[in-house]
Design a protein around this ligand. Structure first.
Ligand code: ADP
Ligand code: MG
Length: 627
């Protein structure tokens, strides 16, 4: 009895919350925390590896296996194994049912996160939450799905952070910390000249590609431009080898080994092994056995490079594009940072040397640096949040409302020919119609969103003890506190606009690569005389044609004053915060009638679905080993 009481008393004692950084990769995931000296450290999984394959095996027994064993199981039971679920984040359901059930991708990702959390807890004790990284090129739906995955896994998601920001934070922090520790021998991103550095982060992983230009100025990291391809990664290089091997086999034996699912899975493993071997050697061998016929296929590095030149070229064209978007030339770039396991391929380094004229900085482990950056960001966020809450708790009054109206920046007006808001609502609107609440005039949605995003109350903060106690020196805390990161949006955000000739166009309000936070107001007009309501359909994407963009929300002014002339002024304001939350406000100029909405993500799960999935995942037994 006494022991039980003791345990209870201990668990109630205030403790600083523990947050980790998680790189939830398409093919491999990694996690890290910031140790008491302020150094990011990778947390190995229960099997002792620094990375965990992002593969989930749903055993017939109901048990779930995540990691290397799940990957191995794909050869025997491909139908029970989920790989690359990250490529499907943002979709309603995973592309095929598992054991007859349709599963939302965030619920599958949550199982990977559950395994990571479990393994981290075995080493560090209770984990309260995490910063989870996503490709910079992820759109809102995919970010939201990632956040949902964290919540389903029982993690408080401190932030969803862009992978290139995390990676450059990993590189820059090492230098900033070295400088603070007085070790300034090898500083590259935080040297004495105090001149701003510009870095290009090239991240080629297993399933996604990202390229980002960042400015590092003292402790300030600012993303200047970002580009990428969510359907390009090491897996595609594997497939090229697999297909070439299958063609060679067919030429010899007349049968296509890809038709057998089990053989296909074996070939995938063989192709990846062969690819990795070719990073170290000039020649490698791939073995296939199909229909009782074993065949060995020899591949040279040159052949492999020829075979995959088009894939590499796809990354090159993005590099060129992102430099244009950032308005930079190569002589302005100080560092080229490589991230992602696929940057171990010599062809990547050769490409970067040729295009950039510089030797890439490969000094940090490409599979750990993103998790390290996420851990650093978690530590920074936690320290700052505590500080803010301590100040707030002292003041003992609620946050003042943000005066959005005053902050509005009126963008360049359209001249005489005002484009028209469409009315009536088009088909797109139906999918996003629910959840939109007309807002009383003058209320500030920005304030509401900021508080909701935080997720915890002042009362909670008082119970939580000071997180700086986790560090054994004030220096470590100071270095972390001093760092600031600034982001841009990866995709343009606009509204559907109806022109005089009734054609619909995407009128971009916040162009891609705008520094966040931002608030932009543009003026539009009503389409017809005596229009009674205005629907603002919000889209994400750069295309002129709205049907090529993703509708992400809608906001409607229900009651316009009677007798408005055609072309009467409607102001639309987009306020986009640092963490990618969009608030939209529409206002009719004469009456001041407004409508507003926080972004309504079409494919993300709602709160009810998230808590239901959380209950299911809580009960599931997840492990790294098959019994
Ligand atoms: P992600 O974050 O997208 O899951 P990672 O950054 O962990 O991916 O990179 C995984 C990819 O890196 C895989 O496609 C893997 O085959 C590839 N990879 C890892 N090591 C090597 C290597 N030595 N040579 C070539 N490719 C490699
Ligand atoms: Mg990655």
């Amino acid at each position: 009895m006494e022991i039980v009481q003791g345990v209870l008393a201990m668990s109630e004692a205030p403790r600083a919350k523990r947050y980790i950084g998680i790189d939830l990769g398409t093919t491999f995931s990694a996690m890290a925390y910031v140790d008491p000296h302020g150094t990011p450290v990778t947390i190995p999984n229960a099997e002792g590896s620094l990375t965990t394959p992002s593969v989930v095996y749903f055993e017939q027994t109901g048990q779930v296996i995540v990691g290397a064993d799940a990957r191995a199981a794909a050869v025997e039971h491909p139908e029970l194994v989920v790989e690359c679920v990250k490529r499907e984040m943002g979709e309603r359901f995973y592309s095929r049912p598992i054991q007859g059930r349709k599963l939302p991708p965030p619920a599958i990702s949550a199982l990977i996160l559950k395994k990571l959390k479990q393994d981290a807890e075995a080493k560090l004790g209770p984990i309260d939450g995490a910063v989870i990284t996503v490709p910079a090129y992820f759109d809102e739906g995919r970010r939201q799905a990632t956040q949902a995955a964290g919540e389903i896994a029982g993690l408080e998601v401190l932030d969803v952070l862009n992978e290139p920001t995390a990676a450059s934070l990993g590189f820059a922090y090492r230098d900033i910390k070295r400088k603070s520790d007085g070790q300034d021998d090898v500083l590259r991103l935080a040297d004495e000249t105090s001149k701003a550095k510009v870095a290009v982060v090239y991240d080629l992983g297993g399933g996604t590609f990202d390229v980002t230009v960042l400015r590092i100025e003292g402790n300030n990291l600012t993303v200047l431009a970002t580009d990428g391809d969510v359907q390009l990664g090491g897996k595609d290089w594997d497939m090229k080898l697999l297909n070439a091997a299958a063609v060679a086999f067919k030429a010899k034996h007349g049968a296509d080994p890809r038709t057998d699912e089990h053989v296909f899975q074996q070939m995938l493993v063989a192709a990846e092994d062969c690819k990795r071997a070719l990073s170290a050697r000039d020649k490698a061998r791939m073995g296939i056995t199909f229909a009782g016929k074993p065949v060995n296929i020899d591949v040279t590095r040159q052949q492999f490079e020829d075979l995959t030149a088009d894939l590499l070229y796809r990354t090159e064209s993005r590099i060129v594009r992102v430099m244009e978007a950032a308005g930079m030339s190569w002589d302005q770039i100080d560092e080229v940072l490589t991230v992602g396991g696929s940057t171990r391929m010599p062809q990547v380094i050769k490409l970067l040397e040729r295009v950039t004229g510089k030797k890439p900085n490969t000094s940090l482990s490409p599979d750990e640096v993103v998790a390290h950056g996420a851990a650093i960001h978690a530590a920074i966020t936690q320290l700052k949040r505590y500080q803010e809450k301590a100040v707030e708790a002292k003041a003992a009054k609620p946050k003042p409302a943000v005066a959005t109206q005053a902050e509005m920046r009126i963008a360049e007006e359209e001249g005489s020919a005002l484009p028209m808001m469409q009315e009536p609502v088009d088909a797109n609107a139906e999918t996003v119609a629910d959840g939109i609440a007309p807002h009383p005039s003058g209320a500030s949605t920005t304030t509401t969103a900021a508080i909701a995003a935080d997720g915890s109350t002042v009362a909670e903060a008082i119970i939580e003890s000071n997180p700086s106690e986790q560090y054994d020196s004030n220096d470590a805390t100071d270095v972390l506190r001093a760092i600031q990161t600034h982001n841009v949006n990866a995709h343009g955000l606009g509204v559907v606009m109806t022109n005089e000739d009734k054609t619909k166009v995407n009128s971009i309000i916040v162009p891609a690569n705008t520094l966040l936070p931002t608030s932009v107001t543009r003026r539009y007009g009503t389409v017809v005389s005596n229009q009674t309501s205005v629907s603002v359909i919000i889209v994400e994407g750069e295309a002129q044609d709205p049907s090529q963009c993703i509708p992400i929300g809608k906001c409607t002014i229900e009651k316009l004053p009677w007798g408005l002339r055609k072309g009467s002024t409607i102001y639309v304001t987009f306020s986009y915060d640092n963490s990618g939350r969009l608030d939209v406000k529409a206002m009719e100029a004469t009456s001041g009638a407004t409508a507003s909405t926080a972004i309504d993500r079409t494919n993300a799960m709602n709160q009810v679905e998230i808590s239901e999935a959380k209950q299911v995942v809580e009960k599931m037994v997840v492990s790294g080993k098959r019994d």
